[in-house]
Design a protein around this ligand. Structure first.
Ligand SMILES: Nc1nc2c(ncn2[C@@H]2O[C@H](COP(=O)(O)OP(=O)(O)OP(=O)(O)O)[C@@H](O)[C@H]2O)c(=O)[nH]1
Ligand SMILES: [Mg+2]
Length: 428
């Protein structure tokens, strides 16, 4: 296998920049450009790095890892170079000229870690998610995967399915004997709670997608209620045009914020009213659409405006707009900042509550497999109820087990791998 190399740190100006090389024989392979390189010596040391037959470009700190003791499981070297774009370019050029060495593909180090049994598929997915994480809730979710919570749960679910299957099998095996045993109540007693648990997990996946992509919070209300002023206050910059002309905002404007540890996309929308202006009309339609599909709505209401602009849910907020003096308990003033903290706290609480419902399954792939498993369980339960042949019911349980197996990488791993690794950054 080739020796692969890539920067493990972001490329660009920095104090230090770490170049990682992995592959059998990497220490010897580096000798032509680093004569003083010294195997997998435990302690870090300095050694000159020079062009082939040319001058020294840098004297990096060297960390050597023996086979079986590195991230990839292969012999690995880390060169801690100065974080200069010029040195980074030169280093890559020099290494590319050495035999059996090439730049790593995105995710290739992790792929090798998986091949060499240093990581499980679940850990790989968790790592990909963790590297992408920008907010606290995204990181918490990723660490669940990385720490093997899903695997523990799947092992438990599998055991239940296998237990139920064994009970059914017993009725097949002892069918000829005189003792008729009715195992069906016991089997449903195992399967029904399992079904409920799996369904909850599948619902959690939908939320976890939102954790990753960002929750949408729509600001809505009649024209001129201060929606754009409010989003500007949240963003602390002039995102939206503010004028005293009713109907200023037409397009939906989006601002991405890290709100109390959650990734949130706040939407400023056109003021909702009946209008003959064709452009404004489109804006109002967009406002209604986006408000309906948002995770949360904040309605900026004036005291004489009583018509709900869209269907509001229990978590949505109704605030009294332009309450500069702080007269109302639910008041908001984008001008003075009154009420903003209360609104942010509310959004934070609602989202934290939703995030807490995310289970151990967090990726779309998990949701699909679990939903499929629930489908097989439903068929099995229906079969039991209708006195279907026990063999057929047992088949459904096995099919459900196979779906769950996919979660922890027992089957179809290759399909998943390409998708996972393509999302990795270079050098991981
Ligand atoms: N006193 C006071 N005036 C405000 C407040 N928020 C906005 N305004 C004023 O109200 C007018 C409309 O503000 P916008 O923020 O453009 O209102 P909007 O809801 O985005 O309006 P449309 O985009 O037309 O729907 C402007 O003149 C703002 O200066 C507030 O909290 N207090
Ligand atoms: Mg506006």
């Amino acid at each position: 296998m080739d020796i692969i190399f890539a920067f493990a740190t972001a490329v660009g100006r920095a104090g230090v920049s770490v170049l990682r090389l992995s592959g059998q024989g990497v220490f010897d392979a580096l000798k032509p450009v680093m004569p003083r390189i010294d195997g997998d010596r435990r302690t870090p040391y300095l050694a000159d790095f020079h062009k082939i037959g040319g001058e020294v470009i840098d004297t990096p700190l060297i960390l050597g890892f023996a086979k079986g003791a590195s991230f990839t499981g292969e012999e690995t070297v880390e060169l801690h170079l100065h974080g200069s774009p010029a040195i980074q370019k030169e280093a890559i050029l020099i290494l590319s000229q050495l035999p059996n060495m090439r730049m790593a593909e995105p995710g290739e180090f992790t792929r090798r870690a998986l091949i060499n049994g240093r990581m499980t598929l679940e850990e790989v997915e968790g790592l990909a998610d963790l590297i992408d994480a920008e907010t606290e809730s995204q990181a918490i979710q990723a660490r669940k995967l990385l720490n093997g919570h899903l695997k523990t749960a799947v092992t438990d679910w599998r055991a239940k399915l296998i237990h139920a299957g064994a009970l059914l099998q017993a009725t097949i095996d002892f069918a000829d004997e005189e003792v008729p045993v009715d195992v069906f109540p016991e089997v449903s007693e195992i399967l029904l709670p399992l079904r409920a648990e799996l369904e909850a997990q599948a619902r959690g996946v939908v939320v976890s997608e939102r954790v990753r992509s960002g929750f949408e919070v729509a600001i809505i209300g009649q024209p001129n209620t201060g929606k754009s002023t409010f989003i500007n206050a949240l963003a602390r910059r002039d995102v939206a045009i503010v004028t005293d002309v009713a109907g200023t905002t037409r397009d939906v404007l989006e601002v991405d914020l890290d709100l109390r540890g959650h990734s949130v996309r706040v939407l400023d929308t056109a003021g909702i009213r009946a209008t003959d202006d064709s452009v404004e009309k489109i804006g109002v339609e967009r406002a209604l659409d986006r408000a309906a599909s948002a995770d949360l709505r904040i309605w900026l209401k004036t005291p004489n405006d009583d018509v709900e602009p869209v269907d509001m849910t229990a978590d949505d907020l109704i605030v009294t707009a332009k309450d500069d003096e702080g007269v109302y308990d639910n008041g908001l003033s984008g001008k003075t900042g009154h009420g903003i903290d209360r609104i942010l706290n509310h959004i934070g609480t609602v989202l934290s509550d939703r995030v807490s419902r995310v289970g151990v399954a967090t990726l779309e792939r998990h949701g699909i497999a679990i939903t499929n498993a629930v489908g097989y369980l439903d068929t099995a339960l229906l079969g039991l109820e209708n006195g279907q042949e026990v063999e057929l019911v047992a088949d459904d349980l096995r099919a459900a087990t196979r779906q769950l197996d996919q979660l922890i990488g027992h089957v179809d791993v290759e399909d998943v791998l390409d998708k996972v690794f393509s999302s990795f950054c270079l050098g991981k």
